[in-house]
Design a protein around this ligand. Sequence first.
Ligand code: X8Z
Ligand code: ZN
Length: 599
Amino acid sequence: MNPLVLVFLFLAMNLLQTDAYAQTAAPTPAEAQEFMNQAEAQLADMSVKVSRATWVQENFITDDTQALAADAIDQLTALTTQLVEQSKRFEGLKLPSDLARKFKLLRLSLNAPAPNDPALRREMTQIGVSLDGDYGKGKYCRKNGECLDITAIEKIMSTSHNPDELKEVWQGWHSIAPPMRQRYSRFVALSNQGAREIGFKDTGALWRSNYDMPPDEFSADLERLWNQVKPLYLALHTFVRWKLEEKYGPNVVPPTGPIPAHLLGNPWAQQWGNIYDLLGVKEDKGVDVTELLKKKNLDAKGMVKYGEGFFTSMGFAPLPQTFWERSLFTKPADREVVCHASAWDLDTMDDLRVKMCIQVRGTDFVTIHHELGHNFYQRAYKDQPFLFKSGANDGFHEAIGDAIALAITPEYLHKVGLLENVPPASNDIPELLKQALDRVAFLPFGLMIDQWRWKVFSGEITPANYNQSWWNLRLKYQGVAPPVARSEADFDPGAKYHVAANVPYTRYFLAHILEFQFYRALCRESGYKGPLNRCTFYGSKEAGAKFNKMLEMGQSKPWPDALEVLTGERQTDGTALLEYFAPLKQWLDEQNKGKKVGW
Ligand code: X8Z
Ligand code: ZN
């Protein structure tokens, strides 16, 4: 016999044997472990490539960088899809809990699951990248030819008190989104197909499955949390509507209706801190952080140094030198970038960076602490295996820096030399009101975005009523209304970064509850005893050590375990937030006497 034929026969028999073996032999836990080891190694490698490609794309938006980023995302999506498919072989096998958790997380790891068909997958990733790029490049050009990007729009909306100008700019920003509409609906259809192929009802159901409890239980939990904090939101809404009516008149602000969305100091009416000065609250001597930063002549980097200083005071190691060399701190003049702030961990180890177009103002000071919270979390869990390198849940990741930012009290500002005199306790109400305008006003916004998206993914909301249903939810949860008539020619959801970029949003609602739980626990750990709103744990190594215990766990255990390590509690719970704002709630209720609550 021809030796070549012999070789062929031998190979064929061998193949037949392995094939038969694969079909009949039950897989063992050892094989599952081996599979997972390889999967994690491949995913780690590929995800670093995606990080590098998207870092460049978001720092330098061009057709080429978009194509390169889409390529990388496409490969990671393909790899993940393939691994999920292969992992089905181990379904039903009794595995050690860590390993079983990794299989579960693998299946949940894509925010945008894609169809197995390479052409469809590619179409989806390209749409995804193009929407992100469109948002980053978004501009509104005024009649005089001046073009405003989101940084300029935010600046006007936070400082102008001219309702006509606010309306013009609000409308202008929302005009960036209609071109996204068709691509968005195609993206939804393709991602849903991908979700179904890996066993979920739709992409929204996949997102809701990421919380260590059945997805329906998670939805119910959100409802419980919202009901806990809703009376406080309503009190704030009532007060703000009344003061805005005094400022702009009842023709602009209906005394018993929803607040027009262009008057709240922010393009999305999501945080209202910028209109504090319109509320006519008397202060003994208020703290204006923007003013303090300017007085110190701080630049963007200088502000970030203060943020780092808070973490190091608690015992965390300083950020690596490369953080300062590779981050983007200010908006470059000569190229298109995604200015929406983000924190990065390029090599999943030490290559930490932020990307932000920092302006010297109080809200950016808070955002800096928010972003650094991501970076310090990333570094704390860097020694976990790849699939555990993440927040206990995504709400935890968003809440770390916010909990630190809550501790930017007047006393803290004084300690670090930014503020000369700490105001007396009589100033607590104005300070609490400032905090509430950002953190309480945000709650219904944080909730409604995914209430909309979950329904979009499930098909309950269709492209024919994208915009109307968006405003129905804005009205229901936030009590705000558009300043001009809207129609289905508009696509107002697309004017919000996280919709255009397909980033789940419920995480921020959770974070706005969790951050107070973290804050309360850190205050206790530092030995603080007074009223919650005056606590800072700056310099407390005890608080830092306890915080780190939770952070270094990453996503290795169900989130209630992580929460328990820091707080002793196993439930997300609004009582810490309510305790913090209790003096303000009492004050608002007195002010609001006789006023209609709600809309
Ligand atoms: O997107 C962010 C961060 C980056 S993770 C700046 N935030 C949400 C938003 O801006 O819409 C923080 C608060 C809510
Ligand atoms: Zn964040």
